[in-house]
Ligand binder design. Structure first.
Ligand code: FAD
Length: 445
């Protein structure tokens, strides 16, 4: 291995995507992370009483054969399953996506959804300036206001009218009238969700998919970066220790990274402050029986239910729970910009258990044998209307000073573990190219 002075900040999927690529090229790297152990958002935790929890639901549904093979090598054994997820609304459980599975909802609601859908789709060139416009033009007001607009406030913590549409991709299905009608009339749900197969490590939680890369770099945990000097090329840590670099690859969230850079211009600093991200309280609830849903996870639309999403641990991998037990992970969303956390993460445990009981997922409190909460300070990038311009300013500046950004919070995008890993690879490849140690081009898929 040769050391060309590459330092990687962040030991999540992006950091190890970079490290793994460099190791394949015979180049060594050092990774620094503020947390006590590697893994970033893909870490898993033993509860001490037999449960293993992730940082919110983490499932691999990568379509990249190369990433599938890399993750498979990392985890010794993994489950492969068919995705089934559903939606809860006012006592009704319907398959996902709701727009093509209206069967079983109140008749008046179905009639209004279909009437509105037909009228909305008769408009040839609707004006779409934001996500709310897109929802109204795609589904019509009844469906849009009953389901995705409410979910947006719960999950993204802001109104759809304050969001752009450049994150949608295949995430929200656009059905034909035939599909809406069929889904309203027939019991047999339509299968149009954009993810079909999932993979999940058999033991040890989702971290199984990253732990195989931990030896691809020299990893320094408990190293919080507090200053980056791009001129003399030195990173300083909270302990006062320093690390010199020739090339810096960062997966630290942009709003955290920018203020650390010595000499950063004010307009860049201001832009970084406009970037919004959700934060997550993940409430873990273990019960003394396996959870018996068909779904691996569910979405919740009622505003009086605190969580937006719940996953079922024993449906992903039974060994995530003690024998004959089950567990829920419920995600409650906040953001500094739009909905700051009230109280402490632990304060959300009781309201979550109340709602799990009211939805019928837990029968009564005597079933609960474990409860805890995890706080995630950076969850999902919020695609509000300020995002795009602010990201361009920040990333343009990082390009100018030669800091290579990657990962969910370096790209500041809505990307999953596979894309975070691949973006780390790309940052590493660009780094070698800039150093004159160019390596063969990577296939992206
Ligand atoms: C609730 C939730 C559910 C998700 N579900 C899925 C899913 O089902 N499937 C899927 O594929 N993806 C899912 N994702 C997305 C996935 O977690 C991310 O895309 C991926 O893990 C991002 O990896 P990363 O390396 O870019 O970021 P991270 O894993 O966040 O790594 C960044 C690292 O930077 C470190 N850092 C930050 N500041 C400093 C500092 N000052 N000094 C040193 N280190 C610092 C952090 O400690 C962290 O370890 C989910 C995300 C969330 C929040």
């Amino acid at each position: 291995m040769i050391d060309t002075g590459i330092v990687i900040l962040g030991s999540g999927m992006a950091g190890f995507g970079a490290a793994n690529y460099l190791a394949e090229q015979g180049v060594s790297a050092r990774i620094y992370d503020q947390r006590p152990r590697p893994g970033g958002l893909t870490s898993s935790f033993g509860s001490g009483d037999g449960f293993i929890f992730d940082e919110g639901v983490h499932i691999s549904f990568t379509k990249s054969e190369r990433v599938k093979a890399l993750f498979a090598k990392s985890a010794d054994k993994f489950e492969i399953g068919r995705v089934y997820c559903n939606n809860y609304w006012q006592g009704h459980w319907i398959k996902h996506p709701a727009q093509v599975n209206l069967h079983g909802l109140p008749t008046d609601l179905i009639v209004d959804c279909i009437k509105d859908f037909t009228a909305a789709n008769a408009v040839e060139e609707p004006l779409v300036a934001n996500y709310a416009d897109w929802l109204l033009a795609t589904y019509g007001p009844t469906f849009a206001n009953t389901f995705p607009m409410v979910y947006t406030r719960k999950y993204h913590t802001t109104d759809a009218s304050n969001m752009s549409t450049d994150w949608l991709g295949p995430r929200l299905y656009r059905p034909s009238l035939d599909e809406v009608l069929r889904g309203a009339l027939e019991h047999e749900p339509l299968d149009v969700f954009y993810v079909d197969e999932f993979r999940y490590p058999t033991e040890g939680g989702f971290e199984g998919f990253i732990k195989g890369f931990y030896d691809k770099a020299k990893v320094y945990n408990n190293h919080e970066v507090v200053e980056i000097d791009p001129i003399v090329q030195i990173v300083t840590f909270a302990s006062g220790a320093t690390a010199a670099f020739n090339t810096l690859i960062s997966s630290i969230p942009l709003p955290k990274l920018v203020p650390l850079i010595k000499g950063v211009p004010n307009d860049v600093l201001d832009a970084s402050r406009r970037l919004a991200c959700s934060q997550v309280v993940v409430v873990n609830v273990g019960v003394n029986r396996p959870v018996e849903t068909k779904a691996q996870w569910s979405y919740f639309y009622d505003e009086d239910i605190p969580f937006a999403r719940v996953s079922y641990r024993n449906k992903l991998a039974p060994k995530s729970c003690p024998p004959n037990c089950g567990a829920f992970q419920a995600e409650v969303y906040f953001s500094d910009k739009y909905r700051p956390l009230t109280g402490t993460p632990d304060d959300w445990i009781e309201p979550v258990i109340d709602s799990l009981i009211s939805c019928g997922l837990i029968r009564d409190r005597s079933e609960v044998i474990h409860q805890s909460a995890i706080w995630i300070p950076f969850g999902n990038v919020i695609f509000d209307l300020e995002r795009r311009a602010a990201v361009e300013i920040v990333q343009g500046y990082l390009d100018d000073i030669g800091i290579r950004y990657c990962g969910r919070f370096g790209q500041w995008g809505y990307i999953w573990t596979d894309a975070a890993f691949l973006s780390g690879e790309q940052a590493a490849r660009r780094s070698l190219k800039a150093q004159g140690t160019e390596a063969p081009k990577l296939a992206l898929a």
